[in-house]
Ligand binder design. Sequence first.
Ligand code: DC
Length: 214
Amino acid sequence: MIIAVDGPAGSGKSTIAAAVADRLAISHVDTGAMYRALALKLLRSDLPPEDEAGVASVLAETDISLGNGHVLLDGEDVEGLIRTPEVTAASSRVAEHQAVRTWMVDRQRRVVHRAPGGAVVEGRDIGTVVLPDADLKVYLTASEERRAHRRSAQRGATESEALQEVSSRDTRDMTRRYSPLRPAEDAVVIDTTDLSIDEVVESVLKAMRERLEP
Ligand code: DC
């Protein structure tokens, strides 16, 4: 059972993917954490994420893996270091390079294929590029205001800072040249603006049952 969950920042991907994975007793794979780990490495080496050649040479000597809900960067557990505003902005920038995307997609597929029983995999290009054969593709959306509100509550930023962050990151993620964020043609689109977590989880599970029915 492979469920792809895509959507913009603050649409509820992480919460919903974790809850659905829990209900189905399968793995939750957070692909954004891998882009964030790479962004952290670049920031630590003072390398601008826009520097494509520099990023490619860093990639050649980088190992990023996922396990137990934590991301490991060259063996170091960096889960607690990758949600800062600096890493967040750099992760979206570094995700624009084709070489980075190819590198990530390859690793992400291996993680998912090793997961016993399947996985709920969240990101931006899961249904469109990483796992086009997923059993179910979900695309979560929500109004920009609601997404900014959720972000500010999670990260302790003001609403206007969060709105600015969400809006500029989504524009970049949706308009980039390679694997832009968009719903897969066969995705179930769920607007989470006025739904509770339980309601969204139930919608995903219902969509999954419908897909599985002969
Ligand atoms: O899901 P997130 O906010 O942790 O992701 C951080 C950034 O990583 C996001 O702005 C774009 C990039 N990303 C991506 O391009 N493709 C993915 N599958 C996951 C994340």
